[in-house]
Design a protein around this ligand. Structure first.
Ligand code: FMN
Length: 404
């Protein structure tokens, strides 16, 4: 039997049929009212047949006043329940799990389309080697707002469970709100939500507990967590390990490891070397994490070859291989991998040659491929990056005009 084709049972009893997960990719495929569209649903119909044991949705926003991208799906209430059910139903006659990733972007909400940014502290984002700070300074969240956000995470989770999603993943990585609370660089609060690691972790622990209360003990809850922020003074590897211990003790079912933020996008390979011998970015971390927790571990970032994935699972340092970008251009990825039809899933994207624009290509070029899949088209590895860039800019302008 193929080593990647072995099932795994999570602590809550859920069965994942193999060792490959599609990690979250923000699809940016809602309609202008942030409801799921038929394009989004078609995309998941396609992925439901990819052979993947676990599909994790792109980040779903829990609060309409804080959105990451203009076409993110927002789930604040039951208004779109029928559409959410259609989305969840895409895996209905398969053995594939479909987990909803839920997120609040905090100060990383897209500046162009959000009127105010809110964060643990009034600390703006820094870009470009920390030389430039974002012009929008976030407002420090008040205590009652923090409690409301925790409640929103739980409320959104219950709606998604009732719609038929088979698990929830809390987005605790990449510099979004949960990760902002964890980092002493972005969280300089003096109350019970800041200071010691125990205080900074209170936000994510409370979110987990509130979700658990709502969805019950049998429903899987996972988290995507940074191995580190890759910043001096930020969330360190040692602190991340402590959070792994805390959440494991709380009873979380699956911990996905990634790293970096908008300031240092290590999750996309920035500062990380993916070599032939060591394909995945955060292997050193996962080796250490394995020793301190019995909770199943999912590792994402850099996996491209069958050999790299097989070696990772054979090492027993992790339980599930997470893959994102290759799924955008190889939608039948897991079937092709396990049948050995295809062994390499490298995605060499085209670049414009303009540094500022090419950084965003790591997201928007792939999102354009997701849209093609949802429209029933084949992926296009030669898709022109300038075309992608102008289309995205137009989308933001349209969104801004509509909000005025
Ligand atoms: C288009 C795109 C959108 C993404 N959106 C999300 C997201 O919504 N949530 C998340 O946790 N990670 C997101 N990521 C990061 C991926 O899940 C993953 O961590 C990263 O791409 C590295 O994995 P890879 O090398 O297999 O692509 C996104 C990546 C891409 C390419």
């Amino acid at each position: 039997m193929h080593i990647l084709n072995k099932e795994i049972i999570l602590p809550n009893g859920s069965k994942i049929i193999n060792r490959i997960a599609k990690s979250a990719m923000s699809e940016n495929l809602s309609n202008k009212n942030n409801q799921p569209t038929s394009i989004l649903i078609n995309l998941y119909k396609k992925w439901a047949l990819s052979g993947s044991g676990l599909l994790i949705t792109g980040n779903i926003m829990i609060d309409s006043s804080a959105i990451g991208e203009p076409r993110n799906v927002i789930v604040e209430n039951r208004d779109n329940f029928k559409l959410l059910k259609e989305w969840a139903d895409t895996v209905k006659n398969t053995e594939t799990h479909l987990w909803a990733q839920i997120n609040h972007p905090g100060r990383q909400a897209m500046e162009q389309i959000n009127t105010v940014l809110k964060a643990p502290s009034a600390v703006p984002l820094k870009y470009g080697g920390r030389k430039k700070t974002s012009p929008k300074i976030p407002l420090e969240l008040k205590e009652n707002e923090i409690v409301d956000i925790i409640e929103s995470f739980a409320k959104t989770s219950l709606i998604l469970k009732e719609a038929g999603f088979t698990g929830i993943q809390i987005h605790g990585a990449h510099g979004y709100l949960v990760s902002q609370f964890l980092s002493p660089d972005s969280n300089i609060r003096k109350d019970k939500w800041g200071g010691s690691l125990e205080n900074r972790a209170r936000f994510v622990v409370e979110i987990y507990r509130e979700i658990r209360k709502k969805v019950g003990s049998k429903f899987p809850i996972g988290i995507k967590l940074n191995s580190t922020d890759f910043q001096k003074g930020g969330f360190s590897e040692e602190e991340s390990m402590e959070v792994v211990k805390i959440l494991s003790k709380e009873g979380i079912d699956l911990i996905e490891i990634s790293g970096g933020t908008y300031e240092v996008p290590a999750m996309m390979g920035k500062k990380m070397k993916s070599t032939k011998k060591r394909e995945a970015y955060f292997l050193d971390y996962i080796k250490k994490a394995r020793k301190i927790t019995a909770t199943p571990l999912l590792l994402t970032g850099g996996f491209r070859t069958s050999a790299g994935m097989e070696a990772a699972i054979a090492s027993n340092d992790l339980d599930i291989v997470g893959i994102a970008r290759p799924f955008a251009v190889f939608p039948n990825l897991v079937n092709d991998l396990i049948s050995k039809k295809q062994l390499n899933f490298a995605t060499n994207i085209k670049k414009t040659g303009v540094k500022g624009i090419d950084g965003s290509m790591n997201i928007i070029w792939y999102e354009a491929q997701l849209k093609r899949l949802g429209l029933g088209k084949d992926p296009n590895l030669k898709l022109n990056p300038w075309f992608v860039f102008f289309k995205y800019a137009l989308l933001i302008i349209k969104h801004k005009i509509r909000k005025k």
